[in-house]
Write a protein that binds this ligand. Sequence first.
Ligand code: ZN
Length: 100
Amino acid sequence: MTTTTDPTDSRLGRGVDDEPRPQQETYLVLSDEEKAKGFVRPVRTTYRHTSCGSTTTMAQAIAETYARDPKFYGGTYCMACKMHRPVSEFVWDDETEVGS
Ligand SMILES: [Zn+2]
């Protein structure tokens, strides 16, 4: 899995899954320039899927994108379910809602 700052990258996927599938080949993240404007949330790398109880640890660039813009992603991946699900189904390991 890699990350890209190019929103037109053809490898990017969209939306959430109803069936298990692999992670996307690459995920969109904010540029260093954008992140340098400041984080509005702590940088947290682990979230828990409330539907299954499993935790997933993400790449640092994605964690920093959430910290800069908590609403940047509409869905995120659960390693246990092997699906992208709406961020509203996830909480950070400090129990705060992902995406808020
Ligand atoms: Zn899950």
